[in-house]
Design a protein around this ligand. Structure first.
Ligand SMILES: [Zn+2]
Ligand SMILES: [Zn+2]
Length: 168
């Protein structure tokens, strides 16, 4: 088996979709944009731009912070990446896996994020929209609390302070 270069491995279905999107904006799928995409789809969790930038730098790239932010914006616009606040003042991101939708539980102590999907909650939201004559286009449900490991461990004052400063 020969050595497969990183850039070749990353030419996935996501890369093809991103390339089509970029072309529609008269932009190219550069090596740096591809590296950002590959890094996101390799890790499959919630992350922020700074963490992603640090990751790419550690991986040996010389990519600038500005390029990471611009590429993230493009990925969000293309629908390949979703943007959430998860309570933070800065944006968090995650790879969008097809049409899959989920909501989030966020631990106020350790910042652990748990994904869930409940059809009954989804239905209820549709009913609420219908009752108000709203066409549902997007929703984001974030529940903040303490994970099993942090229940009883977290300092109450700290947690109260975090709740007061949540960005939702
Ligand atoms: Zn926790
Ligand atoms: Zn998620």
């Amino acid at each position: 088996m020969g050595h497969v270069p990183e850039s070749r491995k990353a030419r996935s279905a996501e890369a093809a979709r991103f390339e089509v999107f970029l072309r529609s904006r008269k932009l190219k799928l550069t090596g740096e944009r591809l590296a950002v995409l590959a890094s996101i789809f390799q890790r499959e969790s919630h992350f922020d731009a700074e963490t992603l930038h640090a990751h790419l730098r550690t991986a040996g790239g010389n990519i600038s912070r500005a390029t990471v932010y611009r590429t993230l914006d493009l990925l969000v616009q293309s629908g390949l990446v979703r943007k959430n606040s998860l309570g933070a003042s800065h944006a968090n991101y995650e790879a969008a896996q097809g049409d899959e939708h989920h909501d989030h539980l966020i631990c106020l102590n350790c910042s652990q994020v748990v994904e869930f999907y409940r059809p009954d909650i989804e239905n209820l939201q549709e009913q609420i929209c219908a009752a108000h004559g709203f066409k549902l286009i997007h929703h984001s449900l974030q529940i903040f609390g303490l994970c099993p490991g942090c229940t009883g461990q977290a300092d109450e004052g700290t947690i109260r302070n975090r709740v007061a400063q949540l960005h939702t």
